[in-house]
Design a protein around this ligand. Structure first.
Ligand SMILES: *Cc1c(COP(=O)(O)O)cnc(C)c1O
Length: 396
């Protein structure tokens, strides 16, 4: 037997964390790492947040899971909070981002397959270098062939336009189009914010042709960019939105949010999940919302994001052969490199105990916990400087 007990789908590295301490991870052998990956934009509150831990502990003692056969006071409370704070009128809870996107895809299709709709409208237009998850529907929604290989046939009903190119999207709209599915800020694709014109242009096409505007805010949502959701930066509200990653602060939780109109096809019996929205997950979600869904916290993220960004911009000027520019919003930052970002990310991790995330388009993702402060930013810049000074792109 040569296959590992853990199915070998991840090329896992040698870092083996067993404990978290605020913005640091501690390895089996005691090594401390500065964690500016945050479990890929998940651990908004860092690793030992008293409020989140306490909420999960209290709920675990009381009631963990009952299924969706019963009324859910816990789900109603978190759904109401999200409805109060966003464009949405209604929320479906999931356990992951991919499931939240799946629900969003079903919601957009069901809108048109409703008795008042046009059931020919089955296609979603999605965008190059998008990442929507790893289920069959969500890999089919992405044009990235590396995720398709070995898994054909893909799900029908997706057309790929060029990201941030309105003409390319326009050219694909037909009488079969159900809507657009887009990350307002691409995460895996390289921390690429869509332009205002692009998002406003998609919205205008949706208004004109009665299409669904579906945002995938699994990575950019939940305070990461200094707004509760990134669509607020654009002043454009979606019809349907997928949220996950940060929403549970580390507890597996996702959500599909929709307007009343957009959710018209999602009646009794159309969708479901055994675990989705169970009391334990709802307690985690409420604790995260309590911490982040207020103006003071969001203003702090914005201000910290600006501080970190200007320090990064200053820093990269010292290494013009290595770094190109910084992009992103709030504490969702990317350093676009002039070389492949992966070897540098490995170098920072293995030689300087700094955890970031590599992304597409030669980008190094910088995703600190939102509770990081100047002490962590100082440490980050120190490690990054040391890493840049000792990095040999040729030898990597
Ligand atoms: C991570 C991610 C997903 C998938 O979330 P999972 O929880 O891994 O299923 C979907 N969309 C975006 C934009 C993501 O970043």
């Amino acid at each position: 037997m040569s296959i590992t007990p853990l199915m070998p789908v991840y090329p896992r590295c040698g870092v083996r964390p067993v404990e978290g301490d605020h913005c640091h991870l501690i390895d089996e052998d005691g090594t401390r790492y500065l964690d500016f990956a945050s479990g890929i934009a998940v651990n908004l509150l860092g690793h030992s947040h008293k409020g989140l831990i306490g909420a999960i502990q209290r709920q675990a003692e009381k009631l963990m899971h009952v299924s969706n056969l019963y009324g859910s006071p816990q789900g109603e409370e978190l759904a109401q909070r999200l409805v109060d704070k966003t464009f949405a009128d209604t929320v479906f809870f999931t356990n992951s981002g991919a499931e939240a996107v799946e629900t969003a895809i079903k919601t957009a299709r069901a809108y048109h397959q409703h008795e008042d709709g046009d059931s020919n409208r089955t296609e979603l237009i999605t965008f190059t270098n998008a990442f929507h998850g790893r289920t069959m529907a969500t890999i089919s929604a992405s044009n990235q062939e590396k995720m398709h290989k070995g898994f054909h046939p893909l799900l029908a009903g997706f057309q790929y336009a060029e990201f941030d190119n309105l003409e390319s999207a326009k050219a694909l709209v037909s009488d079969k189009t159900a809507g657009f599915l887009v990350e307002p800020i691409q995460g895996e694709g390289g921390i690429r914010p869509a332009s205002d014109e692009f998002i406003h242009g998609l919205k205008a096409m949706c208004d004109e042709h009665d299409l669904m505007l579906v945002f995938d805010e699994v990575q950019c949502g939940v305070a990461r960019t200094g707004k509760l959701y990134a669509y607020e930066h654009y002043g454009v509200e979606p019809d349907v939105m997928a949220s996950a990653k940060g929403i549970g602060g580390g507890f597996p939780l996702g959500a599909c949010l929709a307007t009343e109109k957009a959710a018209r096809g999602m009646g009794f019996g159309t969708h479901g999940s055994t675990y989705g929205g169970n009391p334990l997950a709802m307690a985690a979600g409420m604790a995260v919302m309590d911490a982040v869904a207020n103006d003071e916290f969001l203003a702090e993220v914005t201000e910290k994001g600006e501080r970190l960004r200007s320090r990064l911009e200053q820093f990269i000027g010292n290494y013009p052969d290595l770094f190109d520019f910084v992009r992103g919003k709030g504490l969702m930052l990317g350093i676009r490199m002039k070389v492949e970002s992966r070897p540098f990310f490995v170098h920072l991790r293995d030689n300087h105990q700094l955890l970031c995330v590599a992304a597409g388009d030669q980008t190094l993702r910088v995703l600190p916990p939102l509770v990081a402060g100047d002490a962590e930013f100082d440490e980050f810049l120190d490690k990054l400087s040391a890493g840049a000074a000792s990095f040999d792109p040729e030898g990597a």
